[in-house]
Write a protein that binds this ligand. Structure first.
Ligand code: SF4
Length: 417
C-alpha cells in the first residue's frame, strides 16, 4: 500500500492539492471502504452484521409516546425499548428517563465518578478525516514527543495526583510505530495505575504487545456506523477501512486487553441511529466477552483548527442527555465517559444521572501540560490542538467540584498485587 502520509513541506504541493481535490470531488478515486488493506487481520464474528442489520431497520420516527411510556415501565430494557428511548418521541420524557437512568447508575456505581487525563504524544496522521484538525491535509504544527518528553509530561500529570492516563496519537503508523506506542505504555506504567490507549487500530498480536507493555484498555471511535456516510468523511488512509475499525475492540479483547471503549462522533450522521449502533456494538460484545470492562464515550463535534464548516450544535444538549440516559438504561454496567468537549455545567449535571467518568486537566495539544498546569512559559516546543475544549478545569478544580456536587471522585480502582 502506498504510504500516503504527507510531511510538512508537501501539504501545499501541487500534487497533494490535486489529490485532495480528486478525493473530495471524485468518489471513483477513493478506495472501497469495505475492503481490508493487506496485513489487516480479519476475524470471524457475527457482531458487525447484527449491529448493521438492527441499525438499518431502525426508523426513529416510527416510535410513539406509547412505546416510550411502555419502555419506561419495563425493569429490563430490550432493544425495542432502547429504540424508543432514542427516538424523537422520547424527548418529552427526558425527566422520567433521567430518573430511571439515575437509579441504574446509583445501583451499580453508587455516587462514584472516575477522573482521568488524556495525553497526546503525537499529532501526525496519515488519514484524511474531513472533520478533524489533525487530518493529513490540515496545515498545523506537527509534533511527536520523544521518550524523555513523554516521561516529563507523564511526571507532570502524575505529580498532580492523577492515577489514570489515556495516551493518544494521531493515526500514523509511520511516525508513531507500534514500538513507539509500546514504549509510551511502559513509561506510563511507571507513573499510573490505569493506562488507556487511543491510537490507530492494530491486529490482535499488536494489541497483545501493548497489553504486555502496560496498556489496560483501548478506545476506538467508529465515528459513524453508516458506511455510506463514513466513506464521504474518511477519504484516505487506513481509517477508511470501515470493518477493520469496527472489529478493533474485538481484536483488542482477543489480544488480552482488560477493557475496551466505543463511540460514535455524534453529529456526523443521524445521531439516533449512530447511538443505537454504538449501544448494540457494546451489547453484543458484552455477551461474547462477559469478563471485559466496556465503556462508551459520547462526543459531539467541536470546532477544529482551520475548519469552520462543522456545526457542533447538530446534537443539542437535551438530545445528548437523552442519548446518555438511553445508554445507561440499556447498558446498566457500562462505563460512560463525558469529555471536556462538553461544558462544566453539563458535566456537573450528567455525572449525577448517568456518566461515570470525566477527563480533567485536559489539553488536546502536544507537549504543553507543564505550561498549562503551571502557567509558566517553559520554552518547550508544542504541537497544535486537535479541537477546542469547553471544560478547561484543572484536576484540583474538577476533584473539588465533584465533591461539592456530592460525588465521590475516584482516581483508580485497580490494584496490582
Ligand atoms: S480523526 Fe483521528 S484519524 Fe482522523 S484525521 Fe483526526 S487524528 Fe487522524
Amino acid at each position: 500500500m502506498e504510504n500516503q502520509f504527507l510531511i510538512d513541506s508537501e501539504y501545499l504541493s501541487e500534487a497533494a492539492l490535486q489529490k485532495k481535490h480528486e478525493l473530495e470531488n471524485d468518489p471513483s478515486k477513493r478506495t472501497d471502504p469495505m475492503e481490508y488493506f493487506p496485513n489487516m487481520e480479519r476475524i470471524k464474528s457475527d457482531v458487525m452484521e447484527k449491529v448493521i442489520t438492527e441499525m438499518n431497520n431502525y426508523d426513529p420516527d416510527q416510535y410513539t409516546a406509547v412505546d416510550v411510556a411502555r419502555a419506561l415501565r419495563h425493569d429490563r430494557c430490550s432493544i425495542e425499548d432502547l429504540k424508543a428511548f432514542l427516538s424523537p418521541a422520547a424527548e418529552p420524557f427526558l425527566e422520567q428517563m433521567a430518573q430511571k437512568a439515575r437509579l441504574e447508575t446509583q445501583k451499580h456505581f453508587g455516587n462514584t465518578v472516575y477522573l482521568f487525563t488524556p495525553l497526546y504524544i503525537a499529532n501526525y496522521c496519515e488519514n484524511y478525516c474531513v472533520y478533524c484538525g489533525f487530518n493529513c491535509y490540515n496545515h498545523i504544527k506537527r509534533m511527536q514527543l520523544n521518550k524523555e518528553q513523554i516521561e516529563h509530561e507523564m511526571k507532570v500529570i502524575a505529580d498532580s495526583g492523577m492515577e489514570e492516563i489515556l495516551i493518544l496519537t494521531g493515526e500514523s503508523k509511520a511516525k508513531s510505530s507500534i514500538e513507539y506506542i509500546g514504549e509510551a505504555c511502559k513509561l506510563a506504567k511507571k507513573y499510573f495505575k490505569n493506562v488507556g490507549l487511543e491510537v490507530y487500530p492494530v491486529n490482535s498480536d499488536d494489541y497483545r504487545y501493548f497489553r504486555e507493555c502496560g496498556a489496560d484498555y483501548v478506545t476506538v471511535f467508529q465515528e459513524t456506523y453508516n458506511v455510506k456516510k463514513y466513506e464521504t468523511l474518511h477519504l484516505m488512509g487506513h481509517k477508511r477501512v470501515w470493518p477493520y475499525r469496527f472489529e478493533s475492540q474485538e481484536r483488542a479483547l482477543m489480544g488480552g486487553m482488560r477493557g475496551v471503549a466505543f463511540s460514535a462522533l455524534l453529529g456526523l450522521d443521524n445521531f439516533r441511529k449512530d447511538a443505537l449502533a454504538t449501544a448494540l456494538h457494546v451489547y453484543y460484545l458484552q455477551r461474547k466477552y462477559p469478563h471485559a470492562e466496556m465503556s462508551i464515550s459520547c462526543p459531539r463535534l467541536r470546532p477544529i483548527v482551520n475548519n469552520d464548516k462543522i456545526n457542533p450544535l447538530d446534537v443539542h444538549e437535551k438530545q445528548l442527555c437523552q442519548i446518555i440516559c438511553a445508554y445507561r438504561i440499556f447498558l446498566p454496567f457500562a462505563g460512560i465517559t463525558v469529555s471536556s468537549r462538553e461544558t462544566k455545567e453539563f458535566r456537573n449535571g450528567i455525572v449525577k444521572i448517568a456518566a461515570t467518568k470525566v477527563s480533567a486537566g485536559v489539553s488536546t495539544g502536544i507537549g504543553d501540560h507543564e505550561s498549562k498546569y503551571t502557567g509558566k512559559e517553559t520554552g518547550a516546543d508544542e504541537g497544535d490542538e486537535q479541537f477546542e475544549i469547553s471544560d478547561t478545569r484543572s484536576i484540583d478544580n474538577m476533584y473539588s467540584d465533584m465533591e461539592n456536587e456530592g460525588m465521590q471522585p475516584v482516581l483508580n480502582d485497580y490494584l496490582y498485587v
